[in-house]
Design a protein around this ligand. Structure first.
Ligand SMILES: [Zn+2]
Length: 356
């Protein structure tokens, strides 16, 4: 079968010199696994880290691809709930399933956890014609969700769902601030908060503000402005006039970090919550601690999520309540262009899809 393989790490992001379309043997199905013919896979930033070999020296030779969707063509003898012909998408969070974190429902905290297509291998990821995964690492795709949409949603939808539903436990009537609303996780953050009956203020750069409204955000704010947080503060006063309560934010959906972090803290209500999953503009975020202790703020870290949460998110995709944005579709032959587009990031809204 065809697979996108690299055998050494890239220098200076020269992906063209290492990433090759190769013929490799088809996998044999193990007792607990399903084999599926890949119809679509979605790019994630861990593909870039993998090819760089930094911050993690991924196993070589390597096949990337954490989000893959396809049709099941074989199942192992111990597989119970998936059958040949099923449409499935990967749950790329591979945990041990027996440690105390896993058995208390926190598979994302498993110390043996590996991200499929990033930390797995050699030659075990989604950018190939026939992929194999344990039954527990795939879920069925609702009928009216396409393979492209399923691949585009898997890891980012799960991350966003876990942040807001699993960690921050959002409730109807809350005011939610989604930072970076046009990003992969932000797109879902807006829609999940609306699904839960929240008022949503979302931020993005000026050319993407209209997109936020299309996704359901009630208010859109340009976070490139120095005093963007003052604009958010003013909006929360407007929301109080409409809905009552006190001004400020109940839940902040954070993955930006850097200089925005402290401004975000000033917006939070007493006893409110910030949930964070990343730091795209910088890990070192100054924080005026008075905002945290005096207001009794909860700061929650979050990464990945559970298989059950992924199923929940996909249920609502099947109901048409959560939509996916696909930026562009590439073939395996043009994988280098696809990765360069993701690295460049300019004008990118939504996911990049790769197809065999
Ligand atoms: Zn475990």
């Amino acid at each position: 079968m065809k697979a996108l393989v690299y055998e050494k790490y890239a220098k200076d992001n020269d992906f063209a010199s290492i990433l090759k379309l190769k013929d490799i043997p088809e996998p044999n199905v193990k007792q607990n696994e399903v084999l599926f013919r890949v119809k679509a896979a979605a790019l994630n930033y861990d593909d870039i880290w993998g090819m760089r070999g930094k911050p993690l020296a991924v196993p070589l030779p390597h096949i990337s691809g954490t989000d893959a969707a396809g049709e099941v063509i074989a199942v192992g003898e111990n597989v119970k709930n998936i059958k040949v012909g099923d449409r499935v998408v990967s749950h790329g969070n591979m945990s041990c399933r027996v440690c105390s974190a896993c058995t208390s429902g926190r598979e994302y905290d498993c110390r043996d956890r590996k991200i499929w297509g990033f930390e797995t291998g050699p030659l075990w990821g989604g950018y190939c014609e026939i992929a194999h995964l344990p039954e527990i690492n795939v879920i069925k795709i609702p009928d009216n969700v396409s393979y492209d949409e399923a691949a585009a949603a898997s890891m980012t939808l799960l991350t966003s769902w876990h942040m807001l539903v699993g960690r921050a436990k959002i409730r109807p009537g809350q005011t939610v601030l989604v930072m970076g609303g046009s990003s992969g996780v932000g797109i879902f953050g807006i829609q999940i908060a609306k699904l839960y009956g929240c008022t949503v203020i979302a931020t993005a750069s000026p050319e993407k503000l209209e997109k936020l409204k299309e996704l359901g955000a009630d208010y859109a704010v340009d976070h490139r402005k120095d005093d963007w947080h003052k604009e958010v503060r003013a909006i929360t006063k407007e929301i109080v006039k409409l809905n009552g309560g006190s001004p400020g934010i109940d839940v902040i959906f954070e993955h930006i970090g850097g200089s925005h972090f402290n401004k975000e803290l000033t917006l939070l209500k007493y006893g409110s919550t910030m949930v964070t999953t990343g730091a795209t503009t910088g890990y070192d975020a100054p924080a005026d601690l008075r905002h945290i202790f005096f207001k009794g703020i909860n700061i929650l870290g979050s990464t990945q999520g559970t298989r059950a949460e992924l199923e929940e998110g996909f249920h609502w995709m099947g109901q048409g309540k959560i939509k996916v944005i696909i930026d562009s579709v590439f073939t395996f032959e043009n994988a280098v262009d696809a990765h360069e587009k993701m690295l460049n990031g300019k004008g990118l809204v939504g996911k990049i899809i790769l197809k065999p």
